[in-house]
Design a protein around this ligand. Structure first.
Ligand code: AMP
Ligand code: ZN
Length: 466
């Protein structure tokens, strides 16, 4: 079966292939850097990372753009309150976001770029819309006239035809009940930052940046547009109106939306105040790979319920896979191959791939891997796992890890590198060989203090990080 995604626009699962050649042109709405990202935001960005990796696994190249929203209502409010310029205020949170992404091993999009560096592209788009009669001015601001775009509502599948013409909304984020003509360009207010431009002085509304940046880099029709589910309305609906209002062409062929991460039965949200940052979770001692695993393990269209226990369960799952990899790499198995295990490895690979092709069903993909690991471990204990069974098993793990990327432990800041650990283990082996047990013990203790645990087996010393 081919690669397929659920498309919010058509409300159907559809086969995916890029429009032109082998390159997928993709746009993701990035973070609003008014505060730290919470693990809910990072769930959406982890999904984007899985999507990137899976598209590449399937042989596609990527041209992926992600914006950083560094000007909007909330940022302006916070920057003013903190007595800082926009840049001074947003820089710290942009930096924090990049650090969080690195900790979670999220690949950098080909272009990750702030909105404020694209004001001319936004102005050009607004001027184009104005020339087409899709806008009107009011008190120095420019609004999008929804009545000029009869398809308004096609993404959120809502009938907005009853909206009173000329009624306006000035905030960037609002509910369906408040659907109105929205601001493309906002008149300057005392004390607020603004830009001089051919459409007058002002600053962009939130929605225009994504249309402008996406089309600037990727052309008029994108292959995939991604965001969290809360962005369907109004943000993506407005992006469609802005882009298609100008070009008359479909703005994005596939719209993919990630469901929310839930905390105590409420959507995790900075505005609601019920949020946990990645730093917060990591300070409890969980390795970042466990959080990556947790965020990746629930298929993106299902809600993910974040509880105090699930980072622990995720850490255990990662540990189980690492132990299996260690066995494969260090144990000595009898010569030959158990045919049934070769078949099982092949079946696991197929099921893994078919599950990922099926709208990135990560839960099924993981089940395929874990089922194989369980059977293989049992076979190892029973002496039925043979040396020729090792390569297909390692191949399965390698494929899994190309996407999930959790097997390699993160280097802890200030901790020992892998090479340093190996060197100490070699030194300990030499000390033991010359019966210098005091020195051998000292090395074991030193490693333990750094969170490295040793296990002596008949095939040598294995180690893992605590
Ligand atoms: P923001 O920084 O508010 O612009 O949001 C960044 C991304 O996180 C957007 O794609 C949002 O849709 C997404 N998002 C916001 N809250 C959650 C949540 N609780 N779970 C998953 N994604 C979320
Ligand atoms: Zn956007």
């Amino acid at each position: 079966m081919a690669l397929r995604f659920y498309n919010t626009l058509t409300q159907r699962v559809e086969e995916f292939a890029p429009l032109e050649g082998n390159t997928v042109r993709m746009y993701t709405c990035g973070p609003t850097v008014w505060n730290y990202a919470h693990v809910g935001n990072l769930r959406t960005f982890t999904f984007v990372d899985l999507l990137r990796r899976w598209l590449r696994y399937r042989g596609y190249r990527l041209d992926h753009v992600m914006n950083i929203t560094d000007v909007d209502d909330r940022i302006i409010q916070q920057a003013l309150a903190a007595g800082k310029t926009l840049t001074e205020y947003t820089e710290q949170y942009t930096q924090a976001f990049l650090e969080d992404c690195a900790a979670l091993r999220l690949e950098r999009p080909e272009r990750l770029t702030p909105a404020t560096e694209h004001i001319p592209a936004m102005v050009k788009l607004i001027a184009g819309l104005r020339a087409k009669g899709c806008t009107y001015d009011s008190e120095g601001s420019i609004y999008y006239r929804i009545a000029s775009f009869p398809e308004y509502g096609k993404l959120s599948h809502t009938d907005f035809s009853g909206i009173r013409a000329g009624a306006r909304v000035d905030t960037d984020r609002y509910d369906k009940a408040d659907a109105r003509d929205f601001a493309l360009w906002k008149a300057p207010k005392p004390g607020e930052p603004f830009w001089e431009s051919e459409i007058g002085p002002g600053r962009p509304g939130w929605h225009i940046e994504c249309s402008a940046m996406a089309m600037h880099y990727l052309g008029e029709t994108l292959d995939i547009h991604v965001g969290g589910i809360d962005l369907v309305f109004p943000h993506h609906e407005n992006e469609i109106a802005q882009s298609e209002g100008l070009t008359g062409k479909p703005f994005a062929r596939f719209w993919l939306h990630a469901e929310h991460l839930i905390l105590e039965s409420q959507t995790m949200s900075k505005s609601l105040g019920n949020f946990i940052t990645l730093r917060g979770v990591l300070s409890q001692g969980y390795p970042p790979e466990a959080i990556r695993y947790l965020l990746a393990s629930v298929p993106y269209r299902k809600r993910l319920n974040f509880t105090a226990d699930n980072p622990k369960a995720a850490a255990t799952a990662v540990e189980r896979l690492r132990n299996f990899e260690l066995r494969l790499k260090t144990e000595k198995f009898p010569e030959g191959a158990s045919e049934w295990l070769q078949v099982r490895a092949e079946q696991a690979r197929q099921r893994f791939e078919e599950s990922m092709d099926d709208d990135l069903n990560t839960a099924e993909a993981l089940a395929a891997v874990f089922e194989f690991v369980r059977e293989a471990n049992t076979a190892m204990d029973a002496g039925d796992f043979r040396s020729a069974n090792v390569p297909p098993a390692l191949d399965l793990l390698e494929r899994f890890d190309r996407i999930f990327d959790v097997l390699r432990p993160s280097e802890h800041a200030g901790g020992l590198s892998d090479a340093a650990v190996e060197a100490l283990i070699a030194e300990r082996a030499q000390a033991r060989a010359r019966r210098d047990f005091a020195r051998a013990d000292q090395i074991r203790k030193q490693l333990a203090e750094q969170g490295v645990i040793l296990e002596d087996t008949k095939d040598g010393t294995r180690w893992k990080r605590h």
